[in-house]
Design a protein around this ligand. Sequence first.
Ligand code: ES4
Ligand code: ZN
Length: 323
Amino acid sequence: MSRIRELPKVELHVHIEGTLEPDLVVELAHDQGIELPYPDAEVLRERYVFADLSSFLDIYYANLDVLRRRHDFARLAYEYGARAHLAGVVHAEVFFDPQAHRSRGVPLHDVVGGLVDGFDDARAEFGVTTDLIACFLRDRPVAEASAVLDELVDMSAPIVGVGLDSAEIGNPAAPFAEVFARAAALGLRRVAHAGEESGPESVREAIEELAVHRVDHGIRSVDDPGVMAQLAAHRIPLTVCPLSNVRLRTVADLASHPLPHLIEAGVVVTINSDDPAYFGGHVDDNFLAVAEQFALTDDTLAQLARNSVTAIFLPQERRDTVL
Ligand code: ES4
Ligand code: ZN
């Protein structure tokens, strides 16, 4: 629907590794002589049927094997910028998972340098601007997250914030409080995945222990009126990813997605894609899906898009140059 493509959009919840399309996996593997355990991109895509978050993460991490060289990361970032432009995205704050590459022996310098190269090219060609948020993996030791923060600081990595992602159940946020406090002292913004597969107590924990500025997903907040009130009163935005929630079965179907309840309760809701190569669409597709499912008015759609603008981490003086 053109009314959606034409809305100027900001994307706040997209993992650059989750934009790795099957075609690019196969191309980069071929290019480097990496043997894949499936014959082609079609067969890989057929495997993208997920029972839950962890069954998705297994495939997501396995596919990263083809990202080895600086220019692999540049290509990934450029392709996202090009596709985001088609979706009407003018600015994106993009997650990356440093530990998922460092643990495979890829220097963080190549990861960050490559992403910046690709985003620079995409900005020059399409005008899309991007900032980077480094996510810590919550199913890995806190000490590793801390070492990654040190490494990013030592290399003056151009990140605007830190996040927390990967498997939520059994991996609470509280142990990361010290690392997040250190990031805060360095002037970095904070976000965390919470209330995706765990309940509202996980959202409260991210707010209270990590002092996050935004909560990624956060949809299970609807199960606790106290958490809903906290989000609304402090205007803590949620970066909601409807197609992700359907594909990872955190909701039974789109019709039962809590989005309308979140909007109704006055929570600052934003719409995002999460891992578009895996979940059936980019941010425009996510807008379209909820617009149709919930018969959202043009006013509501415009409000959702504006919410993302209010939630970005750009300083005021840079906002005026990109929006
Ligand atoms: C993720 Cl959907 C989702 N949830 C948690 N961690 C992630 N990393 C990449 N996609
Ligand atoms: Zn996510």
